[in-house]
Design a protein around this ligand. Structure first.
Ligand code: ADP
Ligand code: MG
Length: 621
């Protein structure tokens, strides 16, 4: 078997390479952060494997990362004595993009360099950032458990092919050599590399070393550049805001400062530390299909990185949280299966949920603007908690924000507490309505009577709201009531008025019932309407018509439920209907009353063309 071969990159790799090198040009310095992050991961992996096989560390137990440069050869090298890679691993990890995230990455690239740069780390394509500054990259690597004769050299100019060769290598781990492009001299300098390491990699848990003098070659005297300690083990009082922020950025996947963080140590028989961050921006796939693919909370056990355990340590509705958990008393050889049914993990998880809710409550109270930023990024995710975490339902509900008839347009900034504080004397319930958009909700005819009485109504128009409301029927002892559902008369006086109006409209109701036939469940006089001629009234368990339509459009089988039509006998249209003797015209009018109520509720019209013809007949007539 030949030990040297040339292979083609998988098609998608070539595409990613092309995109990465072109879109990252204004952020090219991140290549170093990405390579150091890979080196650090490799050291973490070795330390983890060495728990079971201590001999892997033999002779070279101190894990570290070396950065060096050669101004004459115009190369920069990043070296680690971590786990290394076998030939197959090199092919799998660097020559192909195994992760299903690749396609999503390609689709997510926006052309906005700032945003695209953020995506790089998120998608596990960091290695390719090397080609932004280098026109050739050489990787020399030996897996910690492979003999020295079975090391691998990988080399590519990033243009479609790479070379693989079996080589000898004494040192365990990986060296990545970047042959810098002609105009990238700025990176071949001690101060430049030093400042990039400080900027991006200060909190990498392994020492990052750099030669002291100016010619950069390895073998010279080196010094450690970064703090190389687990920052979360230090006392809060000794850590500056800037250090917290840098540490967050070092976690990867976000260049921006976090909105807030909480750093806590729980002492006792089962001690653990949590450092939790709330990002300022949602990653692009937060609401997507991958609700269960949670990432970003790293589990350490006594300072040893074990795995990303967001799935085990965060409920789905807090999946935006990033950070570190370090537990003192879990077994180092813990597996995902064990994590899923471990008492202590349950405790840690509960503590994380509590800390995050504390943090959000504090933010909502003390820094409402920050909280608004949080809410616009993650409010819809938080709502899932209303359904999924009954034990914290009241706390989560307190954090929800809505648009309202008493609010500022579509701005979602009214809390349930605000609402309760403004309730009218004698008002018992919290009123709300859902719609497909803000305008649809705000313009619902069902609100007219409430508005006329000066009763505030919350306006909900996110898709998740209907689902959430199924689990939120009460807050602080007050019922949440949908203005489009059930019977509306609010008090005895109203009830009496409505009964009288129904009595007076009896013949009219009967006529409309006959004209509409089995298209409606019933026709009745509305207590909701003031200005509009008609609206739909839903039963308590009916789904909102706009949602039923969306689900139907998405291919779900939705039962057809017949609406109840409510009319406003005071309206000119109904007066007109009373006076029409031509049956065909009366039928047009009656059906139009139903159809306009359906349109206002965002329901599907059975026959839009017929609706248009009907309307035109009446307009012309
Ligand atoms: P990510 O780090 O997000 O997985 P990268 O593109 O940065 O994505 O790296 C791809 C893969 O290549 C890594 O997951 C790892 O398996 C492998 N790799 C890269 N650098 C090293 C290294 N220094 N030592 C060992 N493996 C590495
Ligand atoms: Mg990486």
């Amino acid at each position: 078997m030949s030990t040297t071969e040339t292979r083609k990159f998988e098609a998608e790799v070539a595409q990613v390479l092309h995109l990465v090198t072109h879109s990252l040009y204004s952020h090219k310095e991140i290549f170093l952060r990405e390579l150091i992050s890979n080196a650090s991961d490799a050291c973490d992996k070795l330390r983890f494997e060495a728990i079971a096989k201590p001999e892997l560390l033999s002779g070279d137990a101190e894990l570290h990362i070396d950065v060096s440069w050669d101004p004459e050869a115009r190369t920069i090298s990043v070296s680690d004595n971590g786990i290394g890679m076998s030939r197959d691993e090199v092919i799998a990890n660097i020559g192909t993009i195994a992760s299903s995230g690749t396609r999503r990455f390609l689709e997510a690239m926006s052309g906005d360099q700032q945003a695209d740069a953020r995506l790089i780390g998120q998608f596990g394509v960091g290695f390719y950032a090397a080609f932004v500054v280098a026109d050739k990259v050489t990787v020399l690597t030996r897996r910690a458990d492979a003999p020295t004769a079975e090391a691998v050299k990988w080399e590519s100019d990033g243009k479609g092919e790479y070379l693989l060769e079996q080589i000898e290598r004494e040192a365990r781990g990986t060296t990545v050599v970047l042959h810098m492009k002609a105009d990238e001299d700025e990176f071949l300098k001690n101060w430049q590399l030093r400042s990039l390491i400080r900027k991006y990699s200060e909190h990498v848990a392994f020492p990052i070393r750099l030669p002291k003098d100016d010619d950069g070659k390895p073998g010279d005297e080196v010094e450690t550049i970064n703090a190389a300690s687990a920052m979360w083990t230090r006392a809060k009082s000794e850590i500056s805001d800037e250090e917290y922020q840098d540490f967050y950025k070092g976690l990867g996947s976000d260049f921006n400062n976090p909105l807030a963080w909480a750093h806590n140590r729980v002492e006792g028989s089962q001690a653990f530390t949590t450092l939790l961050y709330i990002p300022a921006q949602a990653p692009f796939d937060l609401m997507g299909a991958n609700r269960d693919e949670r990432k970003g909370l790293k589990l350490y056990i006594k300072r040893v990185f074990i795995m990303d355990a967001a799935q085990e340590l965060l409920p789905p509705y807090l999946r935006f949280v990033r950070g570190v958990v370090d537990a003192d008393d879990l077994p180092l050889n813990v597996s995902r299966e064990i994590l899923q049914q471990n008492r202590q993990v349950d405790r840690i998880r509960a503590s994380i949920v509590k800390r995050v809710l504390d943090l959000l409550e504090k933010m909502a109270r003390d820094e409402p603007e920050k909280f608004a930023t949080f809410y616009s990024a993650f409010g819809n995710v938080l709502k899932e908690g209303i359904v999924e975490d009954p034990s914290n339902r009241e706390r989560i509900a307190k954090l929800l924000r809505f648009a309202s008839t008493a609010g500022e347009g579509a701005k979602q900034n009214v809390s349930l507490d605000d609402y309760i504080g403004r309730m009218k004397a004698g008002q018992e319930d919290i009123w709300l309505i859902t719609g497909e958009t803000y305008a649809a909700a705000a313009g619902s005819p069902q609100l007219e009577a409430l508005k006329a009485k000066g009763i505030e109504v919350l306006l909900l128009f996110d898709r998740i709201d209907e689902w959430m409301l199924g689990s939120l029927s009460e807050y602080e002892g007050k019922k949440l009531r949908n203005a489009a559902k059930g019977e509306l008369p609010l008090d005895e006086a109203d009830k009496k008025k409505q009964e009288e109006a129904s009595e007076a409209a009896k013949p009219l109701l009967e006529r409309i019932r006959t004209l509409l036939g089995d298209r409606v469940a019933d026709v009745r006089v509305s207590a909701r309407l003031v200005d509009s001629p008609s609206c739909l009234a839903l039963a308590d368990f009916d789904m909102a018509p706009h949602l039923a339509r969306l689900l139907r459009e998405a291919g779900h089988d939705m039962p057809e439920s017949k609406p109840t039509l409510e009319i406003n006998p005071q309206h000119a249209l109904l007066k007109r209907l009373e006076g029409v003797s031509d049956e065909a015209q009366a039928a047009d009018l009656a059906v139009l009353l139903l159809e306009q109520a359906e349109v206002a509720a965002g329901a599907t019209l059975d026959d839009p063309a017929a609706f248009v013809q009907r309307m035109n007949r009446l307009l012309a007539g």
